[in-house]
Ligand binder design. Sequence first.
Ligand SMILES: Cc1cc2nc3c(=O)[nH]c(=O)nc-3n(C[C@H](O)[C@H](O)[C@H](O)COP(=O)(O)OP(=O)(O)OC[C@H]3O[C@@H](n4cnc5c(N)ncnc54)[C@H](O)[C@@H]3O)c2cc1C
Length: 655
Amino acid sequence: MGLVGQRLAVTDAESLQRVLGGRWSWVREQVREALCDPLFAPVFDLSVDEHRDRVLEQARAIATTPGPRFLFPKDYGGEQEVGAAITAFETQALGDLSLLVKTGVQWGLFGGAINHLGTEQHRSAYLERIMDLDLIGCFAMTETGHGSDVQSIRTTATYDAGSEEFVIHTPDDDARKDYIGNAARHGQAAVVFAQLVTQDESRGVHAFFVPIRETAGKPCAGVSIEDCGHKAGLNGVDNGRLAFNQVRVPRTALLDRYGSVDVDGTYSSPIESETRRFFTMLGTLVQGRISVSGAAVSAAKTALTIAVRYALTRRQFKAPGSDDEVLLLDFLQHQRRLLPALASTYALHFAQTALVARLHAVFNGDEADDDSELARRKLETLAAGIKSTTTWHATHTIQTCREACGGAGYLSVNRLPQLKADTDVFTTFEGDNTVLLQLVAKTLLTNYQAEFGELDTIGTVRFVADQVVETVIERTGSRALLQRLLDAVPGHDEEASLRDRGYQLSLFEWREKHMLEGAARRLRAGISDGGDPFQVFNATQDHLLAAARAHIDRIVLDEFAAAIEGCEDEEIKALLDLVCDLHVMAMMERDRAWFLEHGRLTPARAKAVISTVNELCGQLRPHARLLVDAFAIPDLLLGAPIALASGSVQAAAVQ
Ligand SMILES: Cc1cc2nc3c(=O)[nH]c(=O)nc-3n(C[C@H](O)[C@H](O)[C@H](O)COP(=O)(O)OP(=O)(O)OC[C@H]3O[C@@H](n4cnc5c(N)ncnc54)[C@H](O)[C@@H]3O)c2cc1C
């Protein structure tokens, strides 16, 4: 640690904060400043109604800031800077997550659907009012009977050529729109997803602008609204259930960018295949998934800031021969609980930053090396994988932080119970994580080649069974920065240090390739043995999910390593190198059985992984406070008294 320890003595949290801030650091500053108003201070003992009122008031305040406008085109009063919008959202997640989700529904989902699925007439009619929160809306996709399988929803929108209207109808309780944000109290309209029927033919899922409440707040004729009631968390969001009884809306209510209906009922679409059209429509809404992912990283940062700061003031048990009790963070096991989670939060921060940059490039049409459809397909796959990883990470990390704070962690005033309750559902909404990982595996197995979305499960299995080519690893743009490290990897594992970055990168890449090829082989073997494609797929599901995880683990490491390579401040670079090593070693420790089974770790090296984790924890211990302070969470938002009682960065670092 010598050199690193000495060098890091002069490192301050602000310089590390600048490195974390990245391209849209000015937005982070803007949002932090806006949230440092007592209106946004954390509260925990409100009734559901009070919480909903407070969140609405906060949302109105956010509507006066530039944040929401970044999402929308300049022609309609927006700023059209999607990377800035997602960064603003991620920063807003340092505050009340109910506010975050309510505004996410309003601007990201409701506004996003009007913007991306609608055309000029819809944008000019609604976007300005949506940005101003003058028109509050819902995104009504999920039904009681169908959540993950959206293509099977059963609400219908039947065109009546006589009146030039669509009739929106809920055939039974299973087809009610369920869990819909903003529906129970504040929503005036909804983007409703329904099966479009015209000239007696079903044309698949389309989206419609449907008013749900009159000005006075009463439901519109034919619309029934139920309150979902108290939830495990996010109780400042008014989730509700919507049902439609032959509700008539004009022909122009169809958001018709990807499919339109003429006055006489003739249907036309720029995309012929119904399935492909459906996935193209969903793909335009990818920003929602990326936003939730960013919010999960922010929530993990908040929890870690609280737990690490507490661990630097809380003492238990005297060391023999000493009058002083020991600081929690000086116990190895406490370091092992918090510091690898902190290291992985850094890794995911950089992976998320790269994902946002890719979203920005794809939406701006400035991805140089890809055709735009392929670029979108890659973005959607990456977003699905990173979202699963960050939200699971947040769930585990927040629980760990709660336990690491003992009884104090269980008190609402210290934020952790609320953070746990509010982020729990991040693993479910914007796509259930397990279902998303299957999507990642399917896309990887088909090497992004197939017409996107045309392949259902059976199609994927058949496609893979017909392929003889080897699985190709999808490389991110960041790989170019890493080539020097990869070129220096020795031929034999034993000759490489466990902490050699090139070795780590090549090991993770090898694991991904091995798992993908193994899954493909199992699918092929199942089919050539005459198996039913669905059964074959189902019997391989565990392998497919493991391969998807290995893919994302590799991408996250690539992005973290590339960010370190690109870092110009040598002191920060040295610190981030340690953090990255701990991230990798902790993952290898977790998966060492797999690496042993596959001959990539000897028993002696597997044991060395464990001792390296211990060593790295010890080396990072003096910098723990600095690492969380660089997240720059304002005290007002942090709220937790146990996090605010501790001293300065320097004081903590030298203890
Ligand atoms: C608080 C909250 C807010 C929400 N807000 C909105 C909103 O504003 N608008 C909206 O439209 N929706 C909203 N939703 C709905 C949300 O998007 C769905 O809950 C989500 O898509 C999952 O659907 P489901 O609940 O039907 O779960 P299901 O799809 O029934 O999944 C249940 C379980 O089965 C597993 N599973 C499903 N399929 C497979 C498979 N093929 N293989 C293996 N496992 C599988 C899943 O992993 C999961 O663990 C919200 C939900 C909540 C809880």
